[in-house]
Design a protein around this ligand. Structure first.
Ligand code: HAM
Length: 418
């Protein structure tokens, strides 16, 4: 037997309805907030992520699906959406083409991670990006969208964490303070932290090694080292969130695992998820557009992991099938009439099914039950001859004869009731 690759998943009927629900809410919300969809390729040049996601990140160092294609080019299955979205923005001059650059994307991402609950090698994201304005109200709008998304999905026990990691003007001061505070303790930290201290000291805050925590707890916090413009920006963002009644918590450990972040960073975490508790995360990336060869524009966005959202949804969400009709044919001579009725129901926009293999009435009724049909239309030889159809309300079992011409409206009325 050939099985699916480790860390990848089939999304089966029964589960896929929950995915459809998450995607429906995402699209509806993005539309309400003025975001338009952008679809970029799953495969990009490797250098896009080396430059965009960043050479010092775990993603680029350890997790990318990169290979040389048959033409000799180095290509990568995208580990995240942001660099591709920014590339497309630059390549197509979207700043001119669109009234506002507010973009969203939904699709698969690939990271060669160690799979566990909530962490996969192929996973899916809703990604949202705003490129252009650097007003703190934009940060707050994006955080609001993220928070509202999780709330509208009905996910219980969630918390919103925010932080500011400063900008190239103030971060060196903070990094220096971090290294000074570490001082003689540095050799006692884990190997990963030793590497982080050399490449990107902020990332020490990502460390999960138990023994390192007492040392990390004593380190200075980024927000105490912000320059005046960054401090004002962050205060304004928090002010908007407060006025809108969005409950946030400051987390000085929220430095995020990608290189491009500046200023605001945020995450929404869910309790139900165990170790992989980040439902979504994002932040501002004011240098990325220029870094990738575009104009000097700022940006902010986030990505939500759809697998994690589906895991965290309330148990019943997306599990109630839409009401549908079922057509039962009694006897061979009624089949053509039944098939005609089936087609009429569908043409009228109703969800309708019929058992197409030749089977007895009992088997057909059983199938209608399994499908939880809301209404069953029974076509029999005698009734057909009289131009009538039996309409059975499956909720209370009552049934009545209606003229064939009234069968579709009668079914529609019951389906409407739900
Ligand atoms: P990220 O934090 O790497 O950010 O990923 C965002 C979300 O994707 C995570 O919070 C998690 O829900 C989900 N996720 C990440 N890795 C996995 C995995 N292996 N399995 C399942 N779910 C996963 C980004 O990707 C940035 N591009 C977000 C962003 C957009 N920042 C600015 N704009």
């Amino acid at each position: 037997m050939i099985t699916a690759i480790r860390g990848t998943h089939d999304i089966l009927p029964g589960e896929v309805e929950r995915w459809a629900l998450v995607e429906r809410v995402a699209r509806d919300l993005c539309d309400r907030y003025g975001f338009v969809e952008l679809r970029t390729p799953v495969i990009e040049r490797e250098e896009l992520f080396a430059k965009g996601t960043g050479e010092t990140t775990d993603i680029v160092q350890k997790e990318m699906y990169s290979f040389t294609d048959k033409g000799g080019d180095r290509v990568t299955l995208r580990p995240e959406a942001t660099p591709g979205m920014v590339r497309a923005y630059i390549e197509h001059g979207l700043e001119q083409a669109l009234p506002a650059v507010k973009l969203f994307a939904i699709g698969p991402m690939f990271r060669y991670e160690r799979p566990q609950k909530g962490r996969y090698r192929q996973f899916h994201q809703l990604d949202v990006e705003v490129i252009g304005p650097d007003d703190p109200a934009v940060d707050a709008e994006v955080v609001d969208l993220a928070w509202t998304f999780v709330r509208e999905l009905g996910i219980p026990r969630v918390e919103l964490l925010v932080n500011s990691v400063g900008c190239p003007a103030c971060r060196p001061r903070f990094q220096q303070a971090l290294l000074e505070a570490l001082g003689a303790d540095l050799p006692r930290l884990c190997e990963d932290c030793q590497r982080r201290a050399r490449t990107n000291p902020l990332r020490i805050y990502d460390c999960k090694v138990e023994a390192d925590q007492p040392i990390i707890d004593r380190l200075p916090h980024a927000i105490d080292y912000l320059c005046e413009p960054c401090a004002t920006h962050f205060a304004d963002v928090r002010g908007h969130l407060d006025r809108w009644g969005i409950p946030w918590q400051l987390s000085h450990r929220l430095v995020r695992g990608l290189d491009y972040y500046t200023r605001t960073t945020f995450e929404v975490r869910g309790e139900a998820l165990g170790a992989q508790n980040a439902l979504l995360g994002g932040g501002r990336y004011d240098g990325l557009v220029r870094e990738l060869g575009g104009p000097d524009r700022t940006g902010i966005g986030f990505a939500a992991g759809l697998e994690r959202l589906v895991l965290a949804l309330p148990e019943a969400a997306g599990r109630t099938p839409a009401p549908r009709a079922f057509v039962v044919a009694i006897g061979e001579e009624a089949r053509h009439g039944a098939l005609g009725l089936l087609r009429d129901l569908r043409t009228a926009g109703l969800a309708a099914q019929m058992e197409l293999g030749a089977r007895g009435v009992k088997a057909q009724m059983k199938r209608a039950d399994r499908l939880a049909a809301r209404v069953v239309l029974i076509v029999g030889g005698d009734e057909l001859a009289r131009g009538e159809v039996t309409v059975r309300d499956m909720r209370d079992g009552s049934q009545r004869l209606v003229p064939r011409a009234d069968a579709v409206p009668a079914a529609a009325a019951l389906l409407q009731e739900g």
